[in-house]
Design a binder for this molecule. Structure first.
Ligand SMILES: Nc1ncnc2c1ncn2[C@@H]1O[C@H](COP(=O)(O)OP(=O)(O)OP(=O)(O)O)[C@@H](O)[C@H]1O
Ligand SMILES: [Mg+2]
Length: 411
């Protein structure tokens, strides 16, 4: 609880300080931009246009990285930096991203600065006022104040009031600052993100890539089924055919032994059947069809050698492709946990957030999972991407390991 509050306060402190820093720089860039524009009227400023644009891009990119660190990543929309003054001037007139960057600098340098200042002041205020009672005597009279100078501290009783006002700032720092940091980021995301047209181009590229991945995954899956049928059931059926042939021969030559050969043929036929069933199950597990995602995952958990809890909080059923992807992801993650992690506990949670199905498998093992070392984790990522979803593996050395899969499943 205390650790979580500490982490929360540190997050707020770090990102409000960074946001305040970039907003001050943005205000400076706005002022410099106005000066460059004014000086350009008498030609002198024209030479500053290219360095100014470069600096503005650097600052905007820095802010994009900050926005990515506090939430959804914001891709950089720039094509190429202007190489000559003429190109730079053309960019200012024609490139919408430059105008959006200038708009961002003006908005972040004013609104962002205001929000950043309000958020950031809670930290020094909390520390100063919580400790006022300890130091107010040593500062010149009138300099120790509480609550943004509203209360002057001139005796110990008022100084102790600092515990109250300091706690108020601390609570604000804990609960209001993360919210303010996000509020500050809201207009920035609109201005710094790619324009909808650029967005669509990126989207088409992404869809082309995921379609190729889906086809790849499909081909790999077909190859796997072909191998499983070839190496398993087909071999058994060859044995059945051979044994039946031998049995016919034996009936003719040595009827007493025919029964034994027929028995072996029957065994081979039964094994072939079991193998066929196994292959069918890996295509679309019938348990998913019969018992839904919750039942299917409970069955997986029951088969898992490591104790596994399952919590499924989904009211309606999702499309079959989504359910089977979720099922295979959990199956692979649980197999990995049993095979590699040395965990004593695993947990599977499935929930629906908005239009996404979120599946999480967690184990308390040694961590250090690396998708490049096998095909299982990559398979999870591929299957998720093929459905336009996302998968992420977090597995720091020492554990725990979490595999999270997010799959869009309609509204
Ligand atoms: N839960 C886990 N805890 C610790 N290490 C893991 C875990 N999951 C995976 N790993 C490590 O990451 C590697 C890659 O896992 P992945 O599932 O991709 O391959 P694999 O299990 O070795 O083989 P397969 O292709 O049969 O799944 C594993 O070899 C293992 O070292
Ligand atoms: Mg594996």
């Amino acid at each position: 609880m205390l650790r979580r509050a500490g982490a929360r306060a540190w997050w707020g402190f770090k990102w409000s300080a960074a946001g305040l820093g970039t907003s001050m720089a943005a205000l400076l860039m706005t002022a410099v931009g106005a000066a460059v524009a004014a000086l350009s009227l008498i030609s002198v400023g024209l030479f500053a246009v290219r360095p100014y644009l470069w600096l503005l891009r650097c600052l905007a990119d820095l802010e994009r990285r900050r926005l990515g660190a506090i939430g959804e990543p914001v891709p950089s929309p720039y094509m190429e930096s202007p190489k000559t003054l003429r190109e730079a001037l053309r960019t200012v007139v024609a490139d919408p991203t430059v105008r959006r960057d200038l708009g961002w600098a003006a908005s972040h340098g004013t609104f962002g600065l205001l929000v950043g200042a309000v958020a950031f002041q809670t930290f020094p205020n909390a520390v100063r006022e919580l400790t006022t009672a300890l130091w107010w005597r040593w500062v010149p009279p009138g300099e120790a104040t509480l609550f943004n100078d509203l209360i002057a501290v001139d005796d110990q009783r008022t100084a102790l009031l600092g515990l109250l006002t300091g706690s108020f700032w601390a609570l604000l720092a804990l609960y209001a600052v993360p919210w303010l940091v996000r509020l500050q980021a809201m207009p920035e995301r609109r201005l710094l993100g790619p324009e909808s047209e650029t967005d669509l181009t990126a989207r088409v590229a992404e869809l082309t890539a995921t379609r190729a991945a889906a086809l790849d995954a499909h081909a790999v899956e077909l190859r796997r089924i072909e191998r499983a049928l070839h190496d398993g059931a087909q071999n058994r059926l060859v044995a059945v055919a051979m044994l039946t042939g031998i049995a016919r021969q034996t009936v003719r030559d040595d009827p007493g032994n025919a029964d034994e050969v027929l028995g072996r043929a029957q065994d081979a036929a039964e094994t072939a059947l079991a193998e066929l069933r196994g292959v069918v199950r890996t295509i679309l597990p019938p348990v998913l069809e019969d018992r839904g995602l919750e039942g299917a995952l409970s069955a997986l958990a029951a088969d898992c050698p490591v104790p596994c809890s399952v919590s499924v909080d989904v009211s309606a059923r999702c499309p079959a492709s989504v359910e089977s992807t979720a099922y295979f992801a959990v199956a692979e993650a649980l197999t990995n946990a049993a095979k590699h992690s040395g965990a004593t506990e695993t947990a599977v949670t499935v929930r629906r957030t908005g239009s996404e199905l979120v599946v999480e498998v967690r184990d308390n093992g040694r961590g250090g999972a690396d998708a490049s070392e096998g095909s299982g984790l990559t398979g999870i990522l591929r299957r998720a991407e093929a459905l336009d979803g996302k998968a992420a593996v977090s597995s720091p050395p020492g554990g725990p390991t979490t595999v999270e899969v997010r799959l869009p499943c309609g509204s």
